[in-house]
Ligand binder design. Sequence first.
Ligand SMILES: Cc1ncc(C[n+]2csc(CCOP(=O)(O)OP(=O)(O)O)c2C)c(N)n1
Ligand SMILES: [Mg+2]
Length: 801
Amino acid sequence: MDGSRVSPVAPLANDDLAVLTELERKILWLASWTIHNANHLRDSTDGLKVGGHQASSASLATIMTALYLATLRPQDRVAVKPHAAPVFHAIQYLLGQQTQAKLQAFRALGGAQSYPSRTKDTDDVDFSTGSVGLGVAQTLFASLAQDYLRARDFGARLPEGRMISLMGDAEMDEGNIFEAILEGWKQGLRNCWWVIDYNRQSLDAVVREGLWARYEALFRAFGWDVVIVKHGTLQRAAFAEPGGERLRAWIDTCPNQLYSALVFQGGAAWRKRLEAEFADDPAALALIARRDDAALAALMNNLGGHDLPSLIDAFASIDHDRPVCFICYTIKGMGLPLAGHKDNHAGLMNVAQMETFRAAMQVRAGHEWDRFEGLRLPETMLQDFLANVGFTREGPRRRQAARIATPATLPVAIAPVMSTQMGFGAILNEIGKLKDDFAARIVTTSPDVTVSTNLGGWINRRGLFAREALRDTFKSERIPSTFNWDFSPQGQHLELGIAEMNLFIALSALGLSHSLHGERLLPIGTVYDPFICRGLDALNYACYQDARFIIAGTPSGITLAPEGGAHQSISTPLIGMAQPGLAAFEPAFVDELATILAWSFAYLQNDAKVEVSPEDLLADARGGAVYLRLSTRPVEQPQRAVSAALQRDIIAGGYWLRRPGPNCQLVVAYTGAVAPEAIQAVGRLGETQRDIGLLAVTSADRLKAGWMAANRAREAGDRTARSHIETLFADLPAHCGLVTVLDGHPTTLSWLGSVRGQKLRPLGVEQFGQTGSIDDLYRINGIDAAAIIRAAHAIAPSRPR
Ligand SMILES: Cc1ncc(C[n+]2csc(CCOP(=O)(O)OP(=O)(O)O)c2C)c(N)n1
Ligand SMILES: [Mg+2]
């Protein structure tokens, strides 16, 4: 087996070690039983197998015991790998934070979740995990968020926590991890621990030899400390015996596959193999001969990651705040008959195996859920220990933060012709002038597109963040430059390298700071709209964790015409509609954007747990994150005052830019940058068609969500439920045709025809475009005024006035 370094033996109090050893046994039992119960017992009624992962979680019982019961402090936050969920829930059960009912309903509706979930679980999950690699990187960005908060004076001076990931070795295959490590180095990462469950197995198979050495070199290259926890106490004691060095050398060079296979086969197989290997070494043979099969298997299984004293000592030995990677050698399925087998990923013990395991654990039938069943130490001693576990000693760990007062409107000077992206920059520039707490709470971040997404003005006012000040050399050399690129601890912009995964994981961390670190931030990220797709899984992850942030995607669509197909976004409006936890808007005009932004700063802070009234169809009282799809196209701005009613309509998702008359035969509905084409087409059509309507859709997402919710409410008996789009369409004649148009996928608006059962022709973009002028590209994609008119004639043939 590869690797070589060892940690010193832990000086742990004997009593504590005895208690921890007992509790570790219990945790292994409870985790295995939870999974068994879900598969073999509960499913006897519904016949559904729900998956195994018994082996995957078993190998973590020791590491998690060492972490949760002996190492963590209340301020620490942990992401445990997805398949560690049963072990996590078992630990919380012992600590009194998880119920038997939820364990019995593991993986069922309302039960403990298959993968730890901040939002769905009730037993104190710090970070959700599931999509491998994301939870790992989340701890890194949570640590950067903690440093950002500590650099300013918001009041709460909570103790500095460590952000810890307990990760699988195969998670290191995910590219986002490397992106995060690099960014962490740039930002001076501290207080972050990654504990690798180095079982040398993934889902399909056994991992390559010698990876530990690549990991070690990699982490060290980026300034991390690396601690290798390879051999347990038994092994180290044996190495000191005569013949021990030979045993160590053999273990260190044994291929991973062979080691796993021997672990699976057990003591007799170990003896046969080692006797053959050591035939020329009487001392090493004697070392083997002094042990019976069980003792030999115990010795060979005693890798560092299964040895409480070694682990506790390794964790306790860290006396600095630099990031640390622990490479802990383990055997997948340790303690179970599945241990070491390469096919064990979804492995489940069968009923007979489970009975044997139960007997070994001394658990009587009917007492499977008893907290201290089968343990040898007195219950009071175990209970006392659990009551004093450092991690939970101070009660609830999830924090609260007060709301930040935000302005009802965001004043901005609107030029006669302006793009929404320019408007966005101008609004932030205005906020940048404010001296209040609201402006102080805003933090912006962008993956190397800060200036090109118009954050320059904001940055000139508020500066870039770094733990240590770094002057802009151009400025100190008095070379004229538009942007002031000074870094300081007071800066309010976190500049990231070009990695969109990092952007969304950073937004997730900043957007959970109220709950993780007890101080509220108002995070805003910017990204080129097509590259939302590059970070999409991380965006989904951020929303799943209920992080609160604003993401502006700009420029978007084919409207960025000369930049060509590679930068054009087509599907993002659909992402905005389909992503739970994200309210998506695509304003056409800057006054709409100002309205949406003002609303967003309040919406971000709403409490996910509150009761929602039946009128609140969109559950706005619970808040969420916000996506703004913006454009670089300058368009003529309406000269108008935005009334309270218009504000409400903009937020609800749409308003009549031209109200349809009583004999309306045609409505054109548009979103975003194609507003001038829609306005022009309606003007021309209006010359021959009576009462034509022009609907401005500011949020297809919210219009549709409201309509879906109203349908559900009516079907559930609330006859009065009515959505915003139904109100807007209430007076439209049944025969009236609809033409919809946007610079995005036509499906975004095509559902509008179903609201009243009207005929609808959706226009939009269905192909990657190419370089050209906006006029050219709108024409070839059929979203120009002529295309709208053609569609209108096809769907609602004009009748003479
Ligand atoms: C992004 C992503 N891709 C694929 C999966 C499916 N999957 C779950 S666990 C796993 C392998 C895990 O290996 P490792 O992290 O070493 O944990 P172990 O099974 O060894 O405990 C895979 C591929 C996933 N959860 N997330
Ligand atoms: Mg693994």
